[in-house]
Design a binder for this molecule. Sequence first.
Ligand code: ADP
Length: 450
Amino acid sequence: MCVNSGDMMSARIHKEKNRVNAPFLGCIADDFTGATDLAGVLVLNGMRAIVTFDPQCVQRPIYADAVVVALKSRSIPAKEAVAMSVTALRWLHSLGCRQFFFKYCSTFDSTPKGNIGPVTEALMEELDTDFTIACPAFPANNRTIYNGYLFVNRTLLEESGMRSHPLNPMTDSSLVRLLQAQAKRKVGLIAYPTVQEGVASIASAISEARRQRISLAIVDAISETHLSDIATACQDLPLITGASGIAMGIPKLLQSQGVLKTDLDASRLPDVPGLSAIISGSCSEATLRQVVWAEQHMPTFHLDPSQALRGSNLGRDVERWASSAMGKGPVLISSTARVDSVRKVQKKLGVEKAGKLVEDLLADIAKRLVDLGVRKLILAGGETSGAVLQMLRVHSLQIGPQIDPGVHWAASIGNPRLLLALKSGNFGGDHMFTEAWGAIKKASSSGHKV
Ligand code: ADP
């Protein structure tokens, strides 16, 4: 169910003079964290970006430069992935977007039966275009492409940890071969020497590829200059595909063309008064360190899931505790535990049921906290974040300032307005839970109202 009563207000306060009303870039991401990652990259480079998990809930007009539809289409049957992606594209098209971006992982998580080829071809069909590029390079994260081969941390993809990925094991590093195995159209390569020569050479390689009836070109890239030259050479393509890296060049290009303003901070979020809390359900190493640091600096409630198994109403207990603990600053509610304690619960219930039990508990706690007046919430854990967003009926997020690489503050669109930071597993520095608040304080103390 959509909660939209705040959307019109949100639309009004997001309106800024002299900015384009229709979003320029319409993006489709094949997973949730990929969607927020892409939006974060766009925001950092000067584009206001919104991520939506449920386009049907989004009211128009939308005041953003880029809209990212977050799908969960990476590892599902290709037919379903195609149908979802085409529906998303039609919706983005109806918003007035002028260029489209299909975002997948920089490690090209996709076996020969995978979805990148079929989805790309379906989007091309829908946009009636004969050519696009595939460029998952992200040099800042050590994902580079050379002669069509994908390297992860200077190692061939097939020799990296991705070789034994549980869902999409990558045993070939040749992107031309991988994509050709998935696609009906002809796949080619725009190789390093051309890319190194710059925009004009890349543009003429695209024309040449079209003459040779190549429809999909893998493009080599080992530096950010390459990515920005590729984005410039592709400015007239209706569709670009790749990882977040290739999207980095788009905002700068639009700024140089005057389509985007350069003097506005795309990461500004509204000032949202209210209480602050952290809910942590991640058991990753980085989160364990973050919790150890935070519990020395703020009131902390450690949840023991085995108590819930014994019938305790932990949600109510946390609510009572939080209502007196919250006045002075952020509080932490954490189920984060080391492997041995997690295994104990998993042994009793099975892995899936144990995960669900804790996710449901944390989602219930989030709802209680919001009812108590919490409006700024850090959520640690990918699955945890998903469960909480669903419980709070958050359908869309406006992406704001970066806290740490890959972690941004975001404002929910709808009612009540919340500021949320979603941190998956190993992201964020050890002091993130105490330092993250500075990024939103800065925005509000500067008096910005977006
Ligand atoms: P991450 O991003 O670090 O993988 P997730 O939230 O995606 O974090 O996954 C953590 C999983 O572990 C969730 O399903 C969560 O409910 C579960 N979990 C959290 N704490 C405990 C615990 N103490 N015992 C058992 N399972 C837990």
